[in-house]
Design a binder for this molecule. Structure first.
Ligand SMILES: Nc1ncnc2c1ncn2[C@@H]1O[C@H](COP(=O)(O)OP(=O)(O)OP(=O)(O)O)[C@@H](O)[C@H]1O
Length: 511
């Protein structure tokens, strides 16, 4: 007989993915009143842990018992309808799966910037109103969830129009409106700005006080105060678990997270060779010149008289809160926003709207962003994804040369993805998918690298690796860099200039 306060029991579970063991010997108990953080590395294993509890991946050995649902399932006896413990579990994944109103298509990546296309998308409130908890115990109404996540001003906005951070907040609200007993959060702080992260502990407290139990994956640096218990994953199993004050987290911090990561000499050599191999065409300055840029959708002003000049070889941080206008600004530079034509923009020494094609612009730019990651078709092989970076397409539709193929394999090797070359992107965990897209961004040795939250969801080790890589690329070439991050410590040291937006206005510039 299990104790009455045992809510979830996992016993000797194993998860196998693509023929490889992702997790094994997992034994875990969640008791009433406990809130758990699952930390450690790799991201894949943490992610699979949550997915196994959520029932998104099957365990191939062991048992998972949802005792929290016992009463709910017993109540069903004789009742209409099918009941499952899934009704009481809400899982917030890294990526959203919001669909258009007619439910037939996913959004596409530039859709947001073509506002006329957005009519098919439900609004925030409409989406929340469609969620019907299967049980009668409703505390979290759509309005309460909107208030908790500060979504009031966005409530009547189409989902597609939301910024990355706004979307993350909506995903959390969506899960809450399901009124779950168990809330599973996959890296919930990722993509949130400093202010929202500061409020996150209070938000979680409020959720917990309403009777919900939380299990979240997170990095060691970001375990919220209200977490009572910690499990540390190492490789494919739980290396330590227990009450928060009994776990010596220092033991599990990767040394690389200290910020002194140095690329091994062999890697540095490979990078400068890869960059020299292709060379860059001489460029006309300025790389970017924006003059009094204004972007508006309906009566909403998104960018308000923004001026900014970026010269070749400069490295800039683009800062600002969620919804400040950063991605919109970048969409003007990388050719994804039709409002570029009605503004005074010069790119790579040429005024926009003077006969250049979008492809002329894109071929100068290596780009990665949360939106690109979200919408990138994930059924292609990793090698193809990286190779598509040569052609600025989101799929590989052309023949590649043996040299290009060789370079792609080298980049994959550098990014630690050599074992995944033939796998489809979807088979990789989100952090490895991100690495693959980063390799895709750098492969053609672009004149301008636009890195919009490139480290989002990466492990501390991968983050440090990537920062060192950007420094190396910047040192080895005169690549211009625009870098967006909500974490100061994620910005590589070569990035010395910064511009900050607040509600679409430039409020700070450091040159
Ligand atoms: N087509 C559109 N119609 C109306 N509003 C829009 C549209 N596209 C974007 N917005 C709004 O413009 C604002 C700026 O969005 P943007 O994605 O540029 O922000 P951001 O600074 O990149 O935010 P984050 O840090 O969350 O990624 C947001 O409030 C967003 O909801």
């Amino acid at each position: 007989m299990e104790p009455a306060n045992l809510l979830l029991a996992i016993t000797d579970a194993m998860v196998v993915q693509n023929g490889t063991i992702a997790l094994q010997h997992i034994t875990f108990r969640l008791y009433q009143g406990q809130q758990w953080a699952i930390t450690g590395e790799p991201e894949t294993a943490k992610n699979r842990f949550l997915q196994a509890v959520a029932g998104k991946v099957a365990i191939s050995q062991g048992i998972i018992q949802h005792h929290h649902a016992t009463e709910y399932l017993q109540d069903a006896a004789g009742n209409e309808g099918y009941r499952s413990h899934h009704d009481l579990v809400a899982y917030v994944p890294f990526h959203h799966h919001f669909r258009s109103k007619n439910n037939t298509q996913n959004f596409y990546y530039q859709q947001r910037f073509n506002s006329a296309d957005a009519d098919d998308a439900a609004t925030v409130r409409e989406l929340l109103n469609t969620i019907q908890p299967k049980h009668g115990n409703i505390h979290w109404t759509p309005e309460r969830a909107i208030a908790l996540f500060n979504l009031e001003k966005l409530a009547d906005k189409a989902l597609i129009k939301l910024s990355n951070g706004e979307t993350r907040r909506l995903m959390l609200a969506t899960a809450l409106v399901k009124n779950p007993a168990l809330l599973l959060l996959d890296n919930p702080l990722v993509g949130l700005d400093v202010e929202t992260r500061g409020r996150f502990d209070n938000i979680l407290q409020t959720i917990i006080q309403s009777g919900i139990h939380v299990i979240m994956t997170t990095t060691i640096r970001e375990i919220p105060d209200c977490v009572t218990h910690i499990a540390v994953i190492q490789n494919d199993t739980i290396a330590a678990q227990g009450p928060r004050d009994t776990i010596n987290l220092d033991k599990y911090q990767q040394p690389a997270a200290g910020g002194n990561y140095a690329l091994p000499d062999t890697l540095r050599h490979s990078i400068s060779t890869l960059f020299r191999q292709r060379g860059q065409q001489p460029m006309k300055n300025p790389i970017v010149a924006l003059n009094d840029i204004t972007v508006r959708y309906g009566d909403k002003l998104i960018l308000d008289k923004v001026s900014w000049r970026v010269e070749q070889g400069e490295a800039w941080a683009l800062k600002g809160h969620n919804g400040a206008g950063k991605s919109t600004l970048l969409s003007l530079i990388n050719g994804d926003n039709p409002q570029a034509y009605s503004n005074d923009i010069t790119l790579f020494g040429r005024r926009r709207g003077t006969g250049e094609s979008i492809w002329d612009i894109k071929k100068q730019i290596g780009y990665v962003s949360p939106e690109l990651h979200q919408y990138f078709p994930k059924n292609q092989a990793v090698l193809q994804v990286v190779l598509s970076g040569y052609f600025d397409t989101v799929g590989l539709f052309r023949q590649v040369t043996p040299l290009q193929r060789e370079a792609a394999l080298q980049w994959l090797q550098l990014f630690g993805l050599a074992d995944a070359v033939q796998q489809r992107l979807v088979q990789l965990s989100p952090d490895r998918q991100r690495l693959c897209l980063l390799a895709r961004a750098v492969i053609k040795n672009p004149n301008l690298l636009i890195l919009d939250e490139p480290c989002q969801g990466l492990s501390p080790q991968h983050r440090e690796f990537f920062k060192a890589l950007v420094d190396e690329i910047h040192g080895a070439s005169d690549t211009t860099i625009i870098y967006v991050s909500h974490y100061q410590e994620d910005i590589p040291s070569c990035v010395q200039r910064s511009i900050k937006l607040d509600q679409g206005k430039v409020v700070e510039k450091t040159t």
